[in-house]
Design a binder for this molecule. Sequence first.
Ligand code: SF4
Ligand code: ZN
Length: 727
Amino acid sequence: MSKIILSAAISGAHAIHDRVEKRLEEALEKYGSNQEIGFPNTAYYLPIIYGMTGEKVEKLGDCPRVMRIAENLIPPVPADNLWTPYLGPGLDAGMATLFMEEIEEAIKYIDGPNPVDGIWLGAADDVIMRERGVEFVDGTAPGFCALLGSAPEPETAEKIVKELQEKNLYIWMSAHYNGTTVSEQLDSIGIQLGWETRVVPYGMEVGSVVYSLGFAARAAMSFGGAKPGDYRKVLLYNKNRIFAFVMTLGEVTDEWYANAAGAINYGFPTIADTPIPEILPTGVCTYEHVVSNIPHDQIVQKAVEVRGLKIQITKVPIPLAYGPAFEGERIRKEDMYVQFGGNITPAFEFVEMKEMDEVEDGKIEVIGPEIDDVEAGSALPLGIVVHVAGRKMQEDFEGILERQCHHLINGAEGIWHMGQRDIVWTRISKKAKEKGFKIRDYGEILHAKLLGDFPSIVDKVQVTIYTNEKDVEGWLARAREKYRYRDERTAGMTDESVDLFYSCTLCQSFAPTHVCVVSPERLGLCGAYNWLDCKAAYEIEPTGPNQPVEKGELIDPVKGEWKNIDQFVYENSGKNVERVNLYSMMDAPMTSCGCFECIVAFLPMCNGVMIVNREYTGMTPCGMTFSTLAGTVGGGNVTPGFVGIGKVYITSKKFLLADGGFHRIVWMPKELKETLSEQLKKRAEELGTPDFVDKIADEEVGTTEEEILPWIQEKGHPALSMEPMLA
Ligand code: SF4
Ligand code: ZN
């Protein structure tokens, strides 16, 4: 580390030390050493300190101990003429800086100014960390940019951030320069900030960088299996798995240097727009450590190069920015130029396979009015008909590609999309229209992305977009026939009718012992993978997380146990799970990762089960809310009496077959009952009990077993006269 940087980082660390030491003393005096301290809703205490040292900071009284650790790390400020080829002293000062700043930020939560204020979001809790961290694991988001300072003007800030978003990176903003921050600059020109758009304003001071690096430390402990205190593993996980870097806009102060040095420990380099001394040789980071004086129009590209980030992006030829970061955008009615569907006009999406010579790749047509033919605020009918061909394409993949339309279209900035099939609802914003977006561009997106994302099954894509009532109605009838055909085809499939089930081990990245076994009559617990989806995923990526498993010898048809399935689960759960009964929650149920749409729980007094869905936040009769239950059941564990499931499984003929089946359901939230009402009724009729659904209690009847028992007794609920569930 060159002399200047070394001394700057060390001086910065000293300055931070003096400030935090004083702040801590005052806080101790004011609140006492027993005062609890920490970031909201996290099991990782102050995560950098916890990850690096294993110290659990829970009380103010724990802080002085950590301050002593930091002091031991900070070297004296080197004499001016000292030159050292080593990064070591600077890195230590950087790590000490992060410890001290974490303490400072935590004190702010009790003594103010509250880190959560106005646009500032402060620390991300564990719910956010899990949700977003998974994206780091599965590659949806390769990493983050810790963005410091402010740009010369808001438009430059916007340009840089958009470019980062297009690389699918999270943008975590801290520190002010020249009286403002990138966060405020973006806010001033109406850019949507927040976790939904991946543009996160952490805080105004440089110290809020600890929220970025604390997130990284938690990711290593949560997803990378690093034990608290195993600093080597925490840092290496980040260096190898999280593509992050620091980008500074504005003058790099000593304190900024100290933070940059902290980040270098993680293998995160710094890219600066000002002419600061560079640290080029490699060592801790993959390539250079500090690269400076980069013009704003090259800074994102440079950062990506320096961090060694390989991004595969299919360029989508539309006049808007494009990437998953834009999927969370909302478009309010006032901001919309034109909309389609949403019960206002008929709208649908339909993907159909054709022979190779019947599809003209790249042909996109709009039949009916284009965007320039209508006034702001209008609604048009919409039919998006996509014809695909490919040597390995199969009819079974049509529905899978069709479901992709939602997230593919949503990825365009200024375009909003909801639903699928004939319940589509989509909006084009005024801004998108101004930038030149046309209805035709829906086709451009689908053409580019279906080819780019599914190269192994899609060779040709042709899109026809109908915006006139007559054609839309005509095609809609045809599409509906196909939707029905597909549903019946899947509905007709039984576990007995196939020899292969599929595994899904996608969630092992964070629940290492979890294995979903997906059969025609029981889909994955996240609801996103049914048997056909897994089959398609396997064809698309033969070495991926969905593998065919031959059922082998049937051990128990009622419990749903097969010899080969047991063996597969045993081998793929790290030898943790010996057997699995697909149709039981009491005896050897499947593992639950954390993504379950619903949790089923045994209710002993009622001799039945309750089902709670993720959306329901209230109390349930088993005495726990969904999130508490999720904490108990999730993580790849087997928990007899509880099981995570996908919604569709509730009305499957194989639902808890071994435990008494559908008639065991005594409670579910009203909203879930309403969403599933048709399927529930149909299943009840199949069982010759058409009035059964009315006997299922909900939160209006009660949220304890004591409250619901008399009600289901009065209704004559069948579970009460069934065999005891607990053998
Ligand atoms: Fe796959 Fe199961 Fe995870 Fe869904 S919950 S992604 S099916 S492992
Ligand atoms: Zn999962």
